[in-house]
Design a protein. Structure first.
Ligand code: PMP
Length: 295
């Protein structure tokens, strides 16, 4: 699914076959989750492959590397250049890109001195569809921000996402919603949340959530398009009085919700801000949006 005999990865400074990449089984990242990764999309556009917000993704990667104390010298620009080359070598345009920075052999609990970098990519031809998600609130909460750096995409943090997704998928739902430690709505296992109420959008502020790059893009789109949006905490009970709701994320893009737990969002999805934002986001990632400022 992710690679075949022809696939090429960037591995510690070289482009090699995915099937030739070897990992040390004593890696601290494998044992304790001290690795940092990104999830990036590239799109086939009229002007060839375009990586969406590459700089922002690599900046977030470098933030995670920094807080975890890993050694790393690549700049955002170098990483972007490497990634374009990688796409070319794999003959991919519509792709998902997965950089991963992981530690070398170390069974101790201070960060390993050796750092490895791998960038992998694979075909991602997701059509931006209109299938609405049935979502269930998980019994697992997002981690306490005093227990880790919640805005760093650290591999070990994703145990929380796996637990919540396993929990709700085993009950027949599509995705898990997680609350924060204070009982406020936080985010989905791998995406941010917006709710629409009386014509206005609300999304939880930063603090207990991943600072999603899609979330920031959507907020910018709203500001440019005159869609009212506010960053504000809300509870699950408040969410269950909303007119509509959607998730945002690099992989999910903008995707609407049908329901949360037993509550069905009442508004016709096609008339919501979320539905409109699907089109705006698509135009933005393809570089086809006419910016008001440019007019
Ligand atoms: N929340 C979590 C927990 C995530 O893993 C992601 C994916 N990085 C997001 C939100 C959405 O972030 P982005 O829009 O940058 O993909």
């Amino acid at each position: 699914m992710y690679f075949d005999e022809q696939s090429v990865v960037f591995f510690n400074g070289e482009f090699i076959k995915a099937t030739d990449a070897k990992m040390n089984t004593y890696s601290q990242s494998l044992h304790y989750g001290n690795g940092v990764f990104e999830g990036i999309r590239s799109y086939k556009t009229k002007n060839g492959a375009k990586i969406f917000k590459s700089y922002e993704h690599y900046k977030r990667l470098k933030y995670g590397i920094d807080v975890m104390g890993l050694q790393f010298n690549y700049s955002e620009e170098e990483l972007t250049e490497i990634t374009y080359k990688l796409l070319e070598l794999n003959k991919l345009e519509d792709a998902y890109i997965r950089p991963l920075v992981y530690a070398g052999a170390n069974m101790g609990l201070t960060t390993s001195l050796e750092t490895n970098v791998v960038i992998q990519c694979w075909n991602w031809a997701k059509l931006m569809g209109d299938k609405l998600l049935r979502v269930k609130t998980s019994k697992f909460q997002r981690p306490n921000p005093n227990s880790c750096f919640v805005e760093a995409k650290v591999t070990g943090h994703y145990v929380n996402s796996i637990l919540s997704t396993n929990e709700v998928k085993s009950q027949g739902y599509d995705e898990a919603l997680l609350l924060d430690m204070n009982g406020n709505v936080a985010e989905c296992s791998g995406a941010n949340i917006f709710m629409e109420k009386d014509g206005k959008l609300y999304t939880p502020p930063r603090g207990h959530i991943m600072a999603g790059i899609t979330r920031a893009t959507v907020i910018d789109l709203c500001r440019e398009e005159g869609i009212p949006v506010e960053e504000k905490h809300f509870t699950l009970d408040e969410l269950k009085t909303a007119d509509a709701c959607f998730f945002t994320g690099t992989a999910a893009e903008v995707v609407g919700l049908e329901s949360i737990d037993e509550y069905q969002f009442p508004m016709d999805w096609k008339t919501t801000h979320g539905h409109n934002l699907i089109k705006l986001y698509k135009a933005e990632v393809l570089g086809e949006r006419v910016h008001e400022k440019a007019l």
